[in-house]
Design a protein around this ligand. Structure first.
Ligand SMILES: *Cc1c(COP(=O)(O)O)cnc(C)c1O
Length: 345
């Protein structure tokens, strides 16, 4: 093994999806945008479909087309960006359900693919995607006449339990959709954990399935093992890496491992992060380079063949906190750049 390996535990992933699914009386979708948060759409989507997911969400039509190839005809694939110019053939041929975001998209869809299923995305305060209340009011009758298959919105602050935006968005979503006999969807992972009132007919958990906060009970899904290229002894006063940020305060043994920020290991996490040799934390020594980083293995007392950045001792949310970011960015930065190995499923 000469490069780092990202191992994805599909059994843990499926267990997380099932645990979230058990919270709701409605259905639970698989959210597999961005190559399933970097973990590999094909393997992840197949595992979730086998576990019983019948609805999937992707960001753009191209992802939807790829997913259709992978899963075949038996599932519903929703496209969050809606119906973009030039997408009609893909939406039609691959039987995708665009979540229409605006009056422009509604017209485009009705003209290009009359009678083809669609959903509507409503903006209840995030101001990112979806029709605003006034816009919805204006076109609602026209849209409803074409029988949308799903009405959805998205919460801005669902990972903050007591945030005032949550009940406000819920109330507005109800106001915009109550009394219509159309399936509804509001909850991401955070909203699923808030209260059953947020669940509606179809929940859309992403990060919790992939093992991240705010689903604190999630089983960890990813491990990242990085091979050690060489080890060396430093005398007191010698330094490691660019800018000499690490200076040995005692005789020190340094391992140089084969991954860096070019592999999605965010440079900002360096100063607070350790790599692990089983139960022993070995602190990153000095700045993270593009393809390499130094690790202080003095306390370990042996030269390891590889060290673990992500694993049972240290999950994505620890790395996220160390780098001043969120678990989502840790996953998507790492997933695209490492050899991925899927186990279980
Ligand atoms: C990404 C996304 C989700 C999943 O959110 P998590 O916070 O990862 O659970 C759900 N809905 C929409 C609209 C999204 O963009």
């Amino acid at each position: 093994m000469s490069t780092a390996t990202l191992t994805i535990d599909l059994d843990a992933l499926v267990a997380n999806w099932r645990a979230l699914d058990a919270l709701t009386t409605g259905e639970t979708a698989g959210v597999v945008k961005a190559d399933a948060y970097g973990l590999g759409m094909a393997r992840v989507a197949r595992a979730l479909a086998r576990a019983g997911a019948r609805h999937f969400f992707v960001a753009v039509a191209e992802e939807g087309a790829a997913l259709r190839e992978i899963l075949g005809e038996s599932v519903t694939i929703h496209v969050l960006s809606g119906h973009m110019p030039g997408d009609a053939d893909m939406i039609g041929d691959c039987a995708l359900v665009p979540m229409l975001n605006s009056v422009d998209q509604l017209i485009r869809h009705a003209e290009a693919l009359p009678g083809h299923p669609f959903g509507v995305q409503l903006d209840t305060g995030m101001n990112r995607l979806g029709m605003e209340p006034a816009e919805w009011q204006a076109v609602r009758e026209i849209a409803l006449a074409q029988a949308p298959v799903l009405l959805m919105s998205h919460l801005a602050c669902a990972d903050e339990r007591d945030h005032a935006m949550n009940p406000r968005q819920l109330a507005l979503f109800r106001e915009m959709t109550d009394g219509l006999d159309i399936p509804r969807s509001l909850a991401n992972t955070g909203a699923m954990l808030l209260h059953g009132d947020y669940h509606f007919d179809l929940a859309r958990p992403g990060i919790g399935v992939y093992g991240g906060a705010p689903f604190t009970e999630a089983r960890p899904v990813v491990t990242l093992d990085i091979p050690v290229i060489q080890c060396r002894d430093l005398e007191t006063g010698e330094s490691v890496g660019y800018g000499c940020d690490f200076i040995a305060e005692r005789p020190t043994r340094i391992a140089t491992v084969a991954a860096g920020y070019g592999d999605g290991i965010l440079r900002a996490m360096g100063p607070r992060t350790s790599l692990w040799a089983e139960d022993t934390p070995c602190p990153v020594a000095g700045r993270i380079s593009m393809d390499l980083m130094g690790v202080d293995i003095t306390e370990l007392g042996r030269d390891p063949a590889h060290l673990q950045l992500l694993g049972p001792q240290q999950g994505i949310d620890v790395l996220a906190a160390n780098a001043g970011t969120i678990g989502y960015e840790i996953l998507t930065s790492l997933g695209a750049r490492h050899t991925r190995r899927h186990i279980g499923g």
